[in-house]
Design a protein around this ligand. Structure first.
Ligand code: SAM
Length: 291
């Protein structure tokens, strides 16, 4: 470990997402050496600081005062201060405050240093068993069911190759969200739910969306922090011969083989290996885009 004094600037410091041992030596040195720590919630961060005997002064900087607070902190940074920013848990800026301050510091020409560490998205991804070559972090979906379904359908449309989608979700919404994932990708879609990661009751549920939804739905209560990962297949490229939109394929089959829309849909569903209802939803989405 170096004894060199810290350079002036803004330090984005990751803190544990549960297990307090998940903090790096560098993060502890930075938290101990900076002039001030800007916290999402000073009481929450104090628990971590006390555990490691760190007495650095703290200041609150959260969702509701980040814009205003950053003006004050930027002034101090311009005068050569060293300031750390932390959120309640994990990496600041990842579904958490921190980015307003980082953006303001960059705009003011102040150095910004990442101090990497825990984040629920990567912890869940690497232990999920799903693909890690290509993944997309979505964060929280809209809480209202209609908007959530639309957001998932849009994701299904834009995924160009098999991708692991990573969502943060609240326990009281998880069963509904799983039902929406099932409606969009079908009940055979593989999902993983990572719950209470790095904590005493850490749990991974792996399986098809249908089974995980039933398993959770059968529990008396669903609690804890959770990450949902979805093995998202590209619906739009699962077409016959890989070419053309669904509307084009329907028109082609109606014209060349005289099939009704219903029969043409049946044929395409069989060729693509997807359910008719899945294809029907895709048709509705294409129609709504072309109107
Ligand atoms: N900045 C944090 C990070 O880097 O992961 C995320 C903050 S966000 C406000 C909180 C959400 O992250 C939770 O609702 C949950 O979805 C996820 N999360 C945080 N800690 C977790 C844990 N220990 N296990 C599972 N999910 C967690």
């Amino acid at each position: 470990m170096t004894d060199e004094p810290l350079a002036p600037g803004l330090y984005i410091v990751a803190t544990p997402i549960g297990n307090l041992e998940d903090i790096t030596m560098r993060a502890l040195r930075v938290l101990r050496s900076v002039d001030r720590i800007a916290c999402e919630d000073t009481r929450q961060t104090r628990k971590l600081l006390d555990r490691y005997g760190i007495a650095t002064p703290t200041i609150s900087s959260h969702e509701h005062n980040e814009a205003e607070r950053s003006g004050q902190l930027i002034k101090e940074l311009k005068n050569g201060a060293r300031i750390a920013v932390v959120s309640d848990a994990g990496t600041p800026g990842i579904s958490d405050p921190g980015m307003v301050l980082a953006g303001a510091a960059i705009a003011a020409g102040i150095p910004v240093f990442p101090i990497p560490g825990a984040s629920a998205v990567l912890a869940a991804l690497v232990a999920s068993g799903l693909g890690t070559e290509r993944f997309s972090f979505v964060g929280f979906l809209p809480p209202k069911s209609g908007a959530r379904r639309t957001a998932l359908e849009e994701l299904a449309e834009t995924v160009a190759a098999p991708t692991t989608l990573v969502f943060y979700e609240a326990p009281h919404r998880i069963v509904e969200t799983l039902a929406d994932v099932e409606a969009v990708w079908g009940s055979g879609c593989r999902v993983v739910l990572g719950r209470e990661l790095t904590k005493l009751h850490e749990e991974f549920l792996r399986g098809t969306v249908g089974t995980i939804r039933e398993q959770l739905g059968g529990r008396e209560s669903i609690r804890g922090e959770m990450v949902l990962l979805v093995d998202a297949q590209a619906l739009s490229v699962r077409s016959v011969g890989g070419a053309g939109s669904l509307l084009e394929q329907l028109a082609e089959l109606e014209k060349t083989e005289g099939l009704t829309e219903k029969d043409a849909l049946k044929r395409i569903a069989r060729d693509r290996g997807v359910s008719k209802s899945e294809l029907w939803r895709e048709l509705q989405r294409e129609r709504s885009r072309t109107h």
